[in-house]
Design a protein. Structure first.
Length: 482
């Protein structure tokens, strides 16, 4: 399909399942999960198109069970499956009957593909006496169809879902599909190097484009030309643009029934990083933050971290895990009503005024990930984990800390580093001096601890004092071009 980038490893995994079906004639059940608009459906559609297999592609829409079955029958009738005729001649009362019918004429030489997109929207979840989800009638129907027919036929069944927690739980112990799935595919956003390939950018420009688009294919593809001002001007003038619509779709889909989690996410997206700051910003007492924070962690929306040093710490920080959602929550979420009224262009000057300070902080998690991807690297010693450091009152912060483990207390601090993300001024001796001063406050740091600078604009005359000075092109190259 036009514009498809990367995902070769994921396509290869799906292809191997088809080859397995051809070899033994037995079915395969694959679950595919990832955030909304991350490209899950696009991946499966691309795979089916390349494989040239007969298929039916059905997207659930959260309607009544009877209506969903009727819509599936319509899709089956217009599909390329050998059983397409049954879609218009048979009325399905259960998903077991519908799936068995769809697979009924699958041929060994040409496996059939049955795709159920947004599968969580089909489910009427049931809970036990303690409130735990134990399954749904639809999961039970799928299990019955799988056990009796689908697993013994040359069929690839693909379940796609954006609700990460629900999709992960589908095959858990005690659920109807436990031990039925043959493969779980996780579709992440495109990485910075893949975004660079889409946009034609390189170095710092590519990394900064990633901090806005987050690797969501449609958002990244929408920014092929022009600078940030032009992209924002065009995107914010249209509430249906990928930059605006993607964030709204994700938040509405994942938090429509969790007001507290949505409020806590908004607080974190606005810059609150500690329990007290989140409580102050959201109006939810610290004693009541546990559940909404767990919801956000389960949905992989918020990441937590502790300061790396040789001293134990409970000074946990919270941050929006996804770069695109971080940008959306920081700049667009609270002003969505302005965008709806056609006044989105008025937001552009304020975003540009705060862009340099925003990107200076937003780039730090990406730098840490890139450094971790470079390991092992002789410049970084025996580093096994990369994080940061801060003290209890946040008066001392070190952007990058390398260590032998990912949580404190660590045994060895292998290096300390600073991120100087300035557009025109390289790292200077003053930056190195400040790193030495603040780093001395980190338990485990000695005068012999190696120093690292990550600079947008080079390192001037201080390279001799450093174990390494990394620039944008090297960071970008640390990510694979799949």
């Amino acid at each position: 399909m036009k514009g498809f980038v990367g995902r070769r490893a994921l396509l290869a995994r799906l292809a191997s399942d088809v080859e397995g079906i051809r070899a033994d004639g037995l079915g395969r059940l694959v679950t595919v999960r990832g955030r909304r608009r991350v490209g899950k459906s696009w991946l499966v559609e691309e795979f089916v198109e390349r494989a040239r297999l007969p298929f039916v592609f059905f997207a659930a829409s959260g309607q009544t069970p009877e209506r969903e079955l009727s819509l599936f029958a319509e899709k089956l009738a217009h599909s390329t499956l050998p059983s397409a005729g049954l879609g218009s001649s048979v009325r399905f009362d259960t998903w077991e009957a519908a799936l068995v019918a769809a697979a009924s004429e699958a041929g060994a030489g040409d496996p059939s593909v049955i795709v159920l997109d947004e599968f969580p929207d089909l489910l009427e979840l049931r809970r036990d006496g303690e409130g735990r989800v134990v399954g749904s009638p639809q999961e039970g129907s799928l299990r019955a169809a799988w056990d009796q027919v689908l697993s013994r036929r040359p069929v690839l069944v693909v379940l796609i879902g954006s609700d990460l927690a629900t999709m992960e739980a589908l095959t858990a112990y005690g659920r109807p599909l436990h031990q039925r799935s043959t493969r779980e595919v996780v579709v992440p956003p495109l990485n910075p190097r893949e975004v660079a390939a889409i946009s034609g950018r390189s170095g710092a420009d590519a990394l900064e484009a990633y901090l806005v688009t987050g690797g969501f294919p449609k958002v990244a593809a929408a920014w092929r030309d022009g600078d940030l001002r032009a992209f924002l001007g065009g995107s914010l003038a249209d509430e249906g643009s990928p930059l605006v619509a993607t964030g709204r779709l994700i938040l509405d889909a994942e938090f429509r029934s969790s007001v507290q989690a949505r409020s806590v996410l908004s607080a974190i997206g606005s810059g609150a990083r500690t329990n007290k700051a989140i409580s102050d910003a959201s109006g939810i007492t610290t004693n009541n933050l546990t559940y909404p924070l767990r919801v956000l962690a389960d949905k992989r929306v918020v990441a937590t971290s502790l300061p790396l040093s040789a001293r134990p710490s409970v000074d946990r920080r919270y941050a929006v895990a996804d770069p695109y959602l971080r940008f959306y929550l920081r700049f667009l979420d609270r002003s969505y009503d302005e965008i709806e009224r056609g006044r989105g262009r008025l937001l552009v000057p304020a975003i540009l005024r705060s862009w340099d300070s925003y990107v200076g902080m937003a780039i730090e998690p990406l730098v840490r990930e890139a450094l971790h991807r470079l390991l092992p690297d002789p410049r970084l010693g025996e580093t096994r984990a990369v994080g940061g450091y801060w003290n209890r009152d946040h008066s001392i912060e070190v952007d990058i800390v390398g260590a032998d483990r990912s949580e404190p207390p660590v045994r060895d601090v292998t290096f300390i580093g600073a991120v100087t993300w300035r557009r025109r001024r390289p790292a200077t001796g003053a930056d190195v001096g400040e790193l030495v001063r603040t780093g001395a406050q980190v338990a485990g740091v000695t005068p012999r601890t190696p120093l690292v600078i990550v600079s947008r604009s080079g390192s001037a005359d201080v390279a001799a004092r450093l174990a390494a000075c990394l620039e944008p092109d090297e960071l970008l190259a640390s990510f694979p071009l799949d």
